[in-house]
Design a binder for this molecule. Structure first.
Ligand SMILES: Cc1ncc(COP(=O)(O)O)c(C=O)c1O
Length: 348
């Protein structure tokens, strides 16, 4: 059996050999930008939109990776085609891109070799863990607004997709003290609702979809799809500041994000949103989105979760096809062993 590949600093390497230095600024400073694309029927979905956002993040952080968006897109398609051939035919892949600022010069010298000061550039895939989302998709996610606030754009702009997520990590811990199943929904310093650590947040009120503005949230690709589906379906989509009071009194609420596309939200801070169950606007949007991609997205989550957790045809995680000896494919090469290094793992 062949092994999944990772694109790392210009080479395709077997996943088990994909290492970055512990001196990398991604580790030392959290200086990393990222993006994540998913597949439908094992073909990347809206890849060029994700790559375009990655390049906007790179420009903002002044990182030059020496590849054009078209070149990175070609590399990514090859990687997905190879890695998809190793998983169950009904699995889908998440494709992660991340770029760090390269090795942190003050520490890197201690490795006894020249520091790699250029950006670290990586693309890797993982089989999508549908079981993470199936219960939330069926019953609705619960959100809790913790005391921790979102980073204001005066610090760094949340229009960039970045990895320094300590505030979200702490926020989730705090939210889960209130409700162990909750996802934290961060407020900004003024008390307006922003986003979760992995999704845009939307509400439905009197037949309209209302979104927080992108002043302090990521312009999500999925949120963009919701906007265009709303236009197709004649549903008004507006952007404005919303507070917890508006969410508690909304008819419905949703999370929009690449892995699951759209997920109902049925509780905020312990209070049911609308009827406290997935509502009709969720259904209309989910059906329209499913028609666009040619498969029932929520059913795929349910069936994928069942398949992966029953063990029947499971290809989950870093196991199976990711573990065996490498067959050189796409010119994969194993770099000379890096002594102090961190394996490139699965990511959100
Ligand atoms: C902070 C944040 N907001 C929103 C999203 C949703 O963006 P997209 O729909 O492009 O996946 C993500 C995705 O990971 C995210 O990290």
């Amino acid at each position: 059996m062949s092994e999944a590949l990772v694109f790392l600093n210009g080479q395709f390497v077997p996943a088990s050999q994909a290492h970055i230095a512990i001196f990398d600024a991604g580790i030392v400073l959290g200086a990393t930008v990222t993006d994540m694309t998913r597949t439908f029927r094992q073909e990347p979905y809206r890849l060029s939109e994700h790559i375009a956002r990655l390049y906007r993040s790179l420009k903002y952080t002044r990182m030059d990776i020496g590849l054009s968006p078209t070149e990175l897109e070609e590399i990514s398609r090859k990687l997905v085609a190879h890695n998809a051939s190793l998983v169950h035919p009904e699995d889908e892949l998440g494709l992660v891109h991340f770029v760090t600022a390269g090795e942190f010069p003050a520490y890197a010298g201690s490795a006894g070799r020249a520091a790699r000061l250029r950006p670290t550039v990586c693309a890797h895939t993982f089989p999508m863990p549908f079981e993470f989302w199936s219960e939330k998709m069926a019953r609705g996610a619960h959100v809790v607004t913790p005391a921790i606030r979102h980073v204001p754009p005066q610090c760094y702009d949340p229009k960039m997709k970045y990895r320094s997520r300590m505030h979200w990590y702490l926020a989730d811990k705090e939210a889960q003290l209130v409700d162990p199943d909750a996802v934290s929904l961060l407020l900004d310093l003024q008390g307006n609702v922003t986003e979760t650590g992995g999704a845009n947040f939307l509400i439905a009120e009197r037949g309209m979809v209302i979104s927080p503005t992108t002043v302090n949230t990521l312009p999500g690709v999925s949120r963009g799809v919701v906007m265009s589906l709303c236009a197709q379906l004649g549903i008004p989509f507006i952007e404005k500041d919303i507070q917890v009071h508006s969410v508690m009194n909304a008819d419905e609420a949703f999370l929009a994000s690449t892995p699951f596309c759209l997920c109902p939200v049925t509780r905020i801070n312990g209070v049911p949103v609308g009827e406290g169950r997935p509502g009709p606007l969720f259904r209309r949007l989910m059906d329209a989105w499913s028609a666009e991609v040619g498969l029932a997205i929520d059913q795929q989550v349910f069936e994928g979760a069942r398949r992966r957790t029953s063990g029947a045809g499971a290809s989950s995680g870093a196991g199976s096809a990711h573990a065996a000896a490498a067959t050189p494919v796409l010119g994969a090469t194993v770099p000379a062993g890096a002594s102090a290094s961190i394996a490139v793992g699965r990511s959100r």
